[in-house]
Design a protein around this ligand. Structure first.
Ligand code: PGA
Length: 282
């Protein structure tokens, strides 16, 4: 599977989200044959999740009607609950959140629990992004607790790892990522999909990307860690690259051995640019 994730971070209001979605669905119908082979996930600010879920439900039902007609099935054969579940699983754009708390409820001002995310139609959640690790003091241990909470709610965690420039300059990046993975990923749980996003901090939002050889070296290390140290943890294992991805570099990064997808920040804010990135995945 190829996976492209749009991380809007703290950007876009309702109107901008609306316009983006309209344009996305136009691109989707224009490029149906390519887009349908991709898992595309939108991670907007949490305030927009419920609103976007409703929008996606409408478009998703239309899409499902067409798919069912094509497969000779009928919408009336399913209960409303079954239909909601089918639409959430099959809609062309999946919904993800940018973070969640590790507790299921309680006095955690400003936080959102994993179950709240499931209730607004999220299937994915980004955890351990470097902006959370540095800006909100999240340790590897906290990230691991969040991953458990996400799994308990059947959310698919996208676990971010990445070294700073200082660590890379000291040539300690391989050890650093090894430790980050071994302590951020809980090892006594089962993942349906285990997704690791390699995002070097020095590349996020800077316009600087690692060389393809550097990306490949890291992706190979990550796969080796799971193969040798954490086998059988997941049914499916995916590695994403994130950090200054644009439509100019996305095709070559996607073609890098061991890379299964992209986590796109700034370039995902512009729908046309994001769709170009999705199309370049083939
Ligand atoms: P960027 O961000 O694409 O703007 O560099 C990527 C990320 O932080 O996920």
């Amino acid at each position: 599977m190829k996976l492209i994730v749009a991380n809007w971070k703290m950007n876009h209001h309702f109107d901008e989200a609306d316009a983006w979605l309209d344009d996305f669905f136009k691109s989707f119908s224009r490029h149906y044959e390519s887009f349908k082979n991709l898992e595309i996930v939108l991670c907007p600010p949490s305030l927009l999740l419920d609103y976007i879920d409703n929008e996606l439900m409408e478009d998703g039902i239309q899409y499902l009607e067409e798919v069912m007609k094509h497969d000779g099935k009928n919408m009336d054969d399913f209960s409303p609950e079954e239909l909601t579940e089918i639409v959430i699983k099959q809609r062309p754009l999946k919904l993800g959140a940018q973070d969640c708390h590790y507790e299921s409820s309680g006095s955690f001002t400003g936080d959102i629990s994993a179950s709240m995310l499931t209730k607004v139609g999220c299937q994915y959640v980004i955890l351990g992004h470097s902006e959370r690790r540095t800006g909100h003091g999240e340790s590897n241990e906290i990230v691991a607790k969040k991953v458990r909470a996400a799994l308990n709610e059947e959310l698919i965690p996208i676990i971010c790892v990445g070294e700073s420039k200082e660590v890379r300059d000291r040539a300690k990046h391989l050890e650093f990522i090894y430790m980050q993975i071994m302590t951020s990923v809980p090892q006594d749980v089962k993942f349906k999909q285990l997704i690791i996003a390699y995002e070097p901090i020095w590349s996020i939002g800077t316009g600087i990307t690692p060389t393809l050889a550097q990306i490949e070296e890291m992706a190979k290390l990550i796969r080796k860690i799971f193969h040798e140290k954490l086998p059988n943890l997941a049914q499916e294992f995916l590695i994403l690259y994130g950090g200054s991805v644009t439509s100019k570099n996305s095709a070559e990064i996607m073609a890098t051995p061991e890379i299964n997808g992209l986590l796109v920040g700034k370039a995902s804010l512009d729908e046309a640019e994001f769709s170009k990135i999705c199309l370049s995945a083939f």
